[in-house]
Write a protein that binds this ligand. Structure first.
Ligand SMILES: NC(=O)C1=CN([C@@H]2O[C@H](COP(=O)(O)OP(=O)(O)OC[C@H]3O[C@@H](n4cnc5c(N)ncnc54)[C@H](OP(=O)(O)O)[C@@H]3O)[C@@H](O)[C@H]2O)C=CC1
Ligand SMILES: O=C1O[C@H](COP(=O)(O)O)[C@@H](O)[C@H](O)[C@H]1O
Length: 495
């Protein structure tokens, strides 16, 4: 029996809107935002009169760009008919989003203010403050208009605060949408369902039954064409500060009393505040930095990070951390985080290892042979949930026990296309639902955890350890977990 939940915003209709995207000629818009909107048009979710207005700065907003978008939609998996159905919603305007007069002119092009208005800053974060001032100065943020900010939200706590301050001067928090696209991923949302729609796990979800947790976000891609952004930023700021800590939050939160945006976000902030700080010399024991060197990826030889960059660099492309949450529920349960580029496989998962049985009835020497239960929440690819259990090998001879896996895959459990994260997030903005967006205090608390690590790396000369592309990261990351008598869960990462 399917449960229809009228309170779930996905099921409420999307109102007619004007969505203005600044940075509309950029990689993010072409690869993610337009395809997401086109999928929503194809599903019939987007009202016919809704408009998507792309702002470009140096590009020609003419037919060439329209043709580029139409071609990119098909490269991203939409059919020709689906791409064509999206195009009438789209127009481009060449303008400077930071210029108040230009924004006043834009105001005249938009539909009546009774339509939902949303402004998406898919631009580098240096533009967030001037752009929001220009939009507000032109009256574009009046009424119920929403502002969407793409990550990264600054490069440290001070810059994040400055952006948040500038935005707060022109717009209330309830109309500010900070994107972390991991929150839009189906399996990330399913984490809340797994925990709070099933009693089975919740009763064991604490230090009483859980030994430790590993959160891995491994990528096979390298620098791609993002050197300007990535170098000097690195894996800790790019991935841990946002996506990985958000996964940690959803894994560890106390049950919110509803799915209301602030109820969920209040609980996430509590988790972030409970993170034991890592600073000074702690970084040498509780963190590992890495940078990939020449190796192979998907069977192809690939250059190292410094070769791709064309110069030596101290930026980490891999980070591993041992985190602890100082709460009753999580005391003594280490949470190991690991993320990197050019690793041996692309996957993201949360692996929860339960405690071993306290006593084996299968013979005094058998306890070591009983693998502890493990629950693996796989976010991508092959999204789903796996439970590793001990089983008896059938047969009447000697009693033999082996670990076996219950495997619940999304693609076999549901006969539906898994939408991309941005599909959900963009319509949530239009519907006015902030549950899957980061609140100001969340972002700042996460930076407050990350900043001292970066300071520790600087003060203790923690230069990145080298690891060959196509592997599990530097060997020192193995030491980080083995020191605690545990091991990383995925041998296939070693390439
Ligand atoms: N690409 C991705 O997958 C992801 C990107 N991001 C973040 O999103 C943001 C955009 O990324 P991405 O699309 O890759 O970047 P690109 O460099 O591909 O595009 C940047 C866009 O911003 C516009 N722009 C830059 N400066 C100005 C300005 N002063 N005034 C108006 N527009 C300006 C450019 O316009 P024009 O070309 O017309 O000059 C261009 O459309 C970045 O902060 C990035 O870190 C976050 C997650 C993933
Ligand atoms: O935000 C970012 O995320 C991507 C990884 O996203 P995914 O959905 O492909 O897992 C990462 O490659 C990029 O460096 C980072 O900025």
């Amino acid at each position: 029996m399917d449960l229809e939940l009228p309170v779930v915003p996905e099921r409420t209709p999307v109102p007619t809107f004007d969505l203005v995207i600044a940075g509309a000629s950029g990689d993010l818009a072409l690869r993610k935002l337009f395809p997401a909107l086109a999928h929503r048009v194809a599903e019939g979710v987007i009202p016919r009169d809704s408009r998507v207005i792309g702002l470009v700065r140096s590009h020609d907003p003419g037919d060439g760009l329209m043709r580029t978008v139409e071609a990119r939609l098909q490269e991203e998996g939409l059919s020709r008919a689906q791409a064509e159905a999206f195009m009438p919603h789209l127009e481009f305007v060449r303008t400077d989003v930071t210029n108040p007069e230009s924004m006043t002119a834009l105001n005249e092009r938009l539909g009546p203010p009774d339509r939902v208005r949303a402004f998406y800053l898919a631009t580098p974060p240096q533009l967030f403050a001037p752009a929001s001032r220009a939009l507000a100065g032109a009256g574009l943020l009046d009424g119920e208009a929403r502002l969407i900010l793409e990550k990264p939200l600054g490069k440290d706590l001070a810059s994040a605060k400055a952006i948040n301050e500038a935005v707060a001067e022109v717009l209330p928090e309830r109309r500010t949408y900070r994107i972390d696209h991991y929150l839009g991923k189906e399996t990330v949302q399913n984490l809340l369902v797994l925990r709070f729609a099933n009693t089975l796990f919740e009763r064991s979800w604490s230090q009483r039954d859980i030994d430790h947790v590993q959160i891995t976000v491994a990528e096979t891609v390298g620098l791609e064409k993002r050197a300007d952004y990535y170098d000097g930023v690195g894996a800790l700021r790019d991935m841990v500060q946002n996506h990985v800590l958000q996964l940690l939050c959803l894994f560890a939160i106390e049950p919110p009393n509803t799915l209301d945006a602030d109820a969920v976000r209040d609980e996430k902030v509590r988790v972030l505040r409970a993170l034991r700080p890592i600073h000074g010399a702690d970084v040498l024991q509780r963190t590992v930095r890495g940078q990939y060197v020449r190796g192979s990826s998907n069977g192809q030889a690939v250059p190292g990070y410094a070769e791709e960059l064309g110069r030596a660099s101290g930026t980490e492309t891999f980070a591993a951390l041992r985190c602890d949450l100082d709460t009753w529920r999580w005391a003594g349960v280490p949470i190991y985080l690991r993320t990197g580029k050019r690793m041996g496989a692309r996957y993201s998962e949360i692996a929860v290892t339960f405690k071993s049985v306290p006593h084996s009835i299968f013979g005094g020497d058998r306890r070591d042979g009983l693998a502890p239960n493990r629950l693996v929440i796989r976010l991508q690819p092959n999204d789903g949930v796996q439970m590793h259990l001990m089983m008896k090998v059938p047969g009447s001879g000697r009693l033999q026990l082996v670990p076996r896996t219950l495997d619940l895959r999304y693609d076999t459990a549901f006969n539906e296309r898994t939408p991309d994260a941005y599909e959900r997030l963009l319509t949530d903005v239009i519907r006015g639902d902030q549950t899957l967006f980061m609140r100001r205090d969340e972002v700042e608390t996460a930076w407050g955890f990350v900043d001292p690590i970066i300071g520790g790396w600087r003060d203790y000369y923690a230069t990145p350890h080298r690891y060959p592309a196509g592997t599990a990261g530097p060997s020192q990351a193995v030491g980080l977990i083995e020191r605690d008598g545990r091991s990383w869960s995925e041998p296939e990462l070693r390439g």
